[in-house]
Design a protein. Structure first.
Length: 139
């Protein structure tokens, strides 16, 4: 599979991951009992983790395709995307924060960390949608 096809496949997977995350965030928790709310929240966090993982991977392939710049790690890929002026500094910092949040949730579980990340999911979703819009505009 050539680089362009690989990137298109990654972009398609990324758009699906962000769409799935958005759909999970659209669920109204008000009418649900506590056990179901907890399960839905956990699903929302999981969808976030998948989406942010897909974010840096699609950015990595985008940077290879557009700039012949191979950035092997999440933080490097996001920083390179910012340095190439696709996102502003604020978005770069938020995306880096999201990678850190994902790593925190994946490796150490503390209820306070979980609650802090959960409270930021709407802002995180907005940033991911911006990245989708940027990448789709650059097809």
């Amino acid at each position: 599979m050539e680089q362009s096809e690989r990137y298109q496949a990654k972009l398609k997977n990324y758009i699906k991951a962000v769409t799935d995350f958005r759909r999970s965030m659209d669920i109204d928790l008000c009418s649900l009992n506590d056990d179901i709310k907890d399960a839905v929240r956990n699903g929302q966090v999981h969808k976030f983790e998948i989406a942010i993982e897909q974010t840096w991977r699609v950015i990595k392939h985008f940077m290879i395709l557009r700039h012949e710049s191979d950035v092997p790690f999440a933080k490097d890929a996001i920083s390179a995307f910012w340095e190439a002026h696709y996102i502003d500094e604020e978005e770069c910092e938020r995306l880096l924060e999201m990678v850190k949040a994902r790593n925190t949730l994946s490796h150490v579980y503390k209820e306070s960390d979980y609650q802090a990340v959960y409270g930021k999911l709407p802002a995180y979703l907005a940033s991911l949608i911006k990245v989708v819009d940027i990448l789709e505009a650059k097809k």
